[in-house]
Unconditional design. Sequence first.
Length: 231
Amino acid sequence: PHAVPLHLAPIAIEEMMRSMLKTLRTGVCSFTTSAPLASHVHITQLWVYPVKSCRGHPVPTAQLGKCGLEGDRRWIVAAPRRKRSGERRDLDILLQVTQRTHPQMARIIPKLVDGGALHLHWAPGAGEKQIADVTVIARDAQEVCHVNVWGDVVECTDQGEEAASFLTQVLQLPGARLLQKRGNRCISGPGPVETSLADEYPLLLACEPSLRALNANSHSGAITMDRFRPN
């Protein structure tokens, strides 16, 4: 795939969507600028969220591939689920951990660094202690495990004890592990779509006019774009 620049030359909405859909199906991306000016749109921001449900960060360019933006939602936090009485466990399947149950994940700041490593920083709230940062080197050859992501069982690799200790302290969640995906998820629907660890589809788009319209009708204060976690 080609790099997608932060500020594109004007490009037709319909043509951009066709190009993105082709990319998600074939892994090949190309943008052109041949459509009428009336339908032009600019990409104003590009965001990646390296660890699912943790904070994201903007990037100036990104590689758009079959499973979304490179580096987006390639890691996940998971923990053992409680065994129900009398339940049989053929596979030791972990459960994903998200902001729905652990909102403090929004203050875990992951960032991709040189060589494919992942840096984790914790931004403590008032009265909370600082926890030392952790840099995780991809560990493809390490223990393979399985995590339940909204009913799909995804094969991942465990990223080691240092990352696990960091997450256990931050989330106050014994047994928390950092995992990196090995395979892709296949989402069924009108047509099967491969994605990484995102909830539904490889790419989430949001437009600023829609956000302005939402805020114009909101009575609970301004809503910011990061609430929607788009790419």
